[in-house]
Design a protein around this ligand. Structure first.
Ligand SMILES: [Fe+2]
Length: 252
């Protein structure tokens, strides 16, 4: 019997086997341009980067120095276990078509709907629906953990899969209106871990993304509402996990 790519049978968002996953990773590796932006360290990585459009690279450069502090990473982890992020997840899981088909959106621009900068938090084994991005140019920059991204040729339930990439610290998936516009993200980490990704979008043509409904397989509109904004999140996290106090008294 062919073993599933996924560790848990209820969580197989890409619907592929290990062998298919390996073949799709090779497809991504040979793709020109590559769907993954990296700081190239060898010839193979350089080959994939050569044709990545300048507007996507500009967004990547904007994010490339971004970090979550040790306190921010730990406060998010604790909050997912027993704080505000846990409570939001419980509500979202109850409303989702499948409980694991949810993630958290933190508005990092102060715009509740279709914010151009969003921090997304992915508890392990959770995933998005198959969706597109309103012809925008965008990046998915990994700040913590890892998400896997499957890119598709078109927005339909049985769309052709173009490639599978893992996005981890310092790397980014990218898209624009001509390339990799349709994708699905999945956090393959264990359930008690999480990934955090920073998303920047430009040239977005409306307030909605389109997605494929997981049960009816019809295309629907998704209003990209955030669950909380960054300032409110930090205020809550500070109540849940005290900031670290340095020897000189400064809170970090
Ligand atoms: Fe997306």
């Amino acid at each position: 019997m062919v073993k599933s790519y996924y560790s848990e049978p209820n969580s197989n968002p890409f619907g592929i086997t290990e062998e298919e996953a390996a073949a799709l990773r090779l497809d991504a590796l040979y793709s020109r341009p590559s769907p993954l932006i990296v700081e190239p360290r060898d010839v193979e990585e350089m080959m994939g980067m050569n044709d990545v459009p300048e507007d996507a690279l500009a967004l990547y450069r904007r994010a490339s120095t971004l970090r979550l502090s040790p306190w921010e990473k730990e406060a998010i982890r604790r909050s997912l276990q027993k704080g505000i992020l846990h409570d939001i997840m419980v509500d979202k899981r109850a409303e989702a078509p499948y409980p694991d088909m949810v993630y958290l959106r933190v508005d990092c621009y102060v715009k509740a709907v279709q914010a151009p900068c969003v921090l997304e938090i992915w508890p392990g084994q959770h995933y998005s629906f198959l969706h597109e991005h309103s012809d925008s140019t965008g990046i998915v920059f990994a700040l913590a953990g890892r998400v896997d991204a499957m890119v598709y040729k078109s927005l339909e339930w049985d769309a052709e899969k173009l490639g599978l990439i893992s996005v981890d610290r310092g790397n980014a998936a990218w898209l624009n209106k001509d390339c990799f516009q349709v994708h699905r993200l999945y956090c393959p980490l264990p359930r008690d871990e999480y990934a955090a990704t920073f998303h920047i979008y430009s040239h977005c043509k409306d307030e909605y993304f389109r997605y494929v409904d997981e049960k009816t397989h019809k295309i629907e509109l998704f209003e990209t509402k955030s669950d909380i904004n960054w300032f409110d999140l930090i205020e809550k996290l500070e109540q849940e996990t005290p900031r670290y106090r340095r020897a000189d008294g400064l809170l970090v």
